[in-house]
Design a protein. Structure first.
Length: 225
């Protein structure tokens, strides 16, 4: 099959499905930032996106692209390991010009996935799922998402874990966005340096918006700086 046997096909699938992850993170990072600017605005967004069919459809599309990205990455890793056979156990020096993140995308991806599952449990399952089913899973009202965010990030351990996850996310995104744009044709001498800058800028903006929330509450600003 061309999408599996061809290196171009494999890169294309990873690039397109990876775009779903970037869009998902970009949207949620902006939404999370609202909670420290206007708790009322954050609650309004949560109410708007709660149990509406269009929010569910959009979430399902983004989630499906993300799931395909993960499964395809695992499949390609398995294929590469099987192709290398015993050679994968040989100790090799790091290749010059190859970044650490590009050599450890699966590890970084596993860290990102692990925390995304936790994040979705804390926010989607305990908020949107409750609105959809009416089954309460916590001691807070799902309509007051801002209060729940403050409660969750009042735990400094969760904040630190969240920030560590963001570091892994930044490394994964910087290489992933660069690789995706390169695979989509922006790989000549003129655009290659620009693509790297674009990847770093997008990744940094997304991560900083996410990081603003735990830092805000770690500094005690949720109760008034």
């Amino acid at each position: 099959m061309w999408l599996i046997d061809s290196s171009i096909g494999r890169k294309l699938v990873m690039s397109i499905t990876g775009t779903f992850l970037v869009l998902f993170l970009l949207f949620h990072s902006i939404m999370n930032l609202v909670v420290i600017i206007s708790p009322e605005g954050y609650n309004a967004i949560c109410e708007f996106l709660g149990a509406n069919w269009y929010a569910l459809v959009a979430t399902s599309i983004l989630a499906s692209g993300f799931v395909i990205h993960i499964l395809y990455a695992l499949y390609l890793t398995f294929q590469n390991m099987r192709a290398r056979g015993a050679e994968r156990y040989a100790v090799k020096n790091n290749q010059k010009g190859v970044s650490w993140s590009s050599q450890n995308m699966l590890v970084l991806g596993a860290i990102v996935l692990g925390f995304l599952v936790l994040h979705m449990y804390n926010f989607w399952f305990k908020m949107q799922f409750v609105e959809l089913t009416g089954i309460h899973t916590g001691d807070f009202h799902p309509a007051d998402g801002a209060a729940y965010v403050q409660q969750l990030f009042s735990n400094w351990v969760y904040c630190v874990v969240y920030i560590v996850w963001l570091a892994a996310l930044w490394l994964h995104l910087t290489h992933g966005i660069w690789s995706a744009l390169q695979s989509l044709g922006l790989n000549n001498k003129t655009w290659l340096p620009r693509v790297k800058v674009i990847a770093n800028v997008i990744s940094t903006i997304v991560v900083l918006m996410f990081m603003a929330v735990p830092v805000y509450y770690l500094l005690g600003c949720g109760s008034g700086c």
